[in-house]
Design a protein around this ligand. Sequence first.
Ligand code: ZN
Ligand code: ZN
Length: 392
Amino acid sequence: MSGWRPTVAAVFEGVDPGLKIRRVEVAAPQEGEVLLEVAACGACHSDVHKLRGHGTVAPPCVFGHELSGTITETGPSVDRVRPGDRVVCSFLVPCGKCAACAAGADDDCAPFRSAMQRDGLRFDGTHRYRFLDGAALRASGVGGLARHVVLPATAVFPLPNDWPSAWPLADAAVLGCAGLTAYGAVHRAARLTGGERVLVIGAGGVGLCVIALARHAGVVGTVATDLRQGARRAALDFGATAALDGADPPSAAHSVEQVASEDTERGLADRVRSVLGGDPDVVFDTIGTSDTLLQAQQIVAVGGRVVVTGLGGTSGRGIIPDLTVFVRRKVALIGSYAGLPREDMPRLLDAVRSGAFDPARLVSARYPFAQAARAYAEVAAGRIVGRALIEY
Ligand SMILES: [Zn+2]
Ligand SMILES: [Zn+2]
């Protein structure tokens, strides 16, 4: 591969060294690829898991998957975008060629999961970053925590022409993961319709976008729960009818046994019902621990849907607390990963442009690239409401 050029990347060198800013090289875009000059990268909680050593790509590697930027170069056979285009990048990258992609099921693209997510390479099985000594540097998935990144063109989506000029390109980065995840949950998994009642557990980056998109879809009302007061304030700002402390009762610290009885849930369920004028038709669990999953199933209406986007309990078991209740109340439990980027990113951009929410309001903290490690430390400590943005 020829045409390597200098750039800088925040390289994950292992749990102890953590992130180090390194001068590296990035390849020229190959067939079907683009070179992106990155404007910003959102510090998403899923990268905190990687920082703790739970990623699938061994260090050293480059992660970061919530990007916006400007196309500076395109490889052969790229006609969807051109240099100068301002784009948002989807964290899930459909190869566009496998059977799942051909059927429109972008979120089931096997080459993305194997080549990009598992192996840290691009679809042709080779890398696009290297150290100055020529050693390969892998990317974990998108791997865009760098000044430049080479990506499949299927990852990038131009901002609409009439994108408000007051909205910086950098801030649109949050749409690539938080926004798309929320869009998939609302419109693919829940198939939310106007006139429904909604509960959103967890008002983080994804939760806030779910609240805004639910309002945009014309729901009767949305209650948000979060343990953090700042997040509850943000939930109201994003259009929640009410924002409640999800720990009242039960505390998230309680064991599953202590909260397994439906009666103990009555306090919160009653408050949710009184705000909404009925039980929630859909509960979005954006946290994804056994406690929140339990709460969701106990509060949702008979015949309602529980949509899970959070992976907070990845290391533990998900729980159906009472199989009789689950069966007799006909609860639908729906996992939601990302939506379908090629269809949904343009729709999300349209929804945002038409007023669903202002991406800048999701950003509560900004860090220069050199302080990327600090941004993740703040996310890991739970001190960030919405999103922390790493800017160039
Ligand atoms: Zn993410
Ligand atoms: Zn595919």
